[in-house]
Design a protein. Structure first.
Length: 118
């Protein structure tokens, strides 16, 4: 199972970026999908996640600015990031909880860098 993330880049404060992540490989289905981030000198933190039925969770620091969505048919998860702030600068990682074989396993993407700076 592989997760391929894309969409990072550099943007000015107040700008927008959209991250995308696609899961591929051999598996039965995908349960939760999520975005995490790790800023410079900071611990990795959960940004948002989305269940297979569409229920979402957002960290307080992104509520009202970021939107997570997924396409179950394509096994993709997106993160629309608006009103970006310098403190959103981080490497963003997608994560998927995947059913394969007889169990549920976590898989991580390679990370995509987001820089918010004027």
């Amino acid at each position: 199972v592989q997760l391929q993330a894309s969409g990072g880049g550099m943007v000015q404060p107040g700008g927008s970026l959209r991250l995308s992540c696609a899961a591929s490989g051999s598996f039965r289905s995908v349960n939760f999908m999520a975005w995490y981030r790790q800023g410079p000198g900071k611990q990795c933190e959960l940004v948002a996640d989305i269940a297979s039925d569409g229920r979402t969770y957002y960290a307080d620091f992104v509520k009202g600015r970021f939107t997570i969505s997924r396409d179950n048919a394509k096994n993709t998860v997106d993160l629309q990031m608006n009103s970006l702030k310098p403190e959103d600068t981080a490497v963003y990682y997608c994560k998927a909880d995947v059913f394969r074989g007889g169990g549920l396993f976590d898989y991580w993407g390679q990370g995509t860098e987001v820089t918010v700076s004027s």
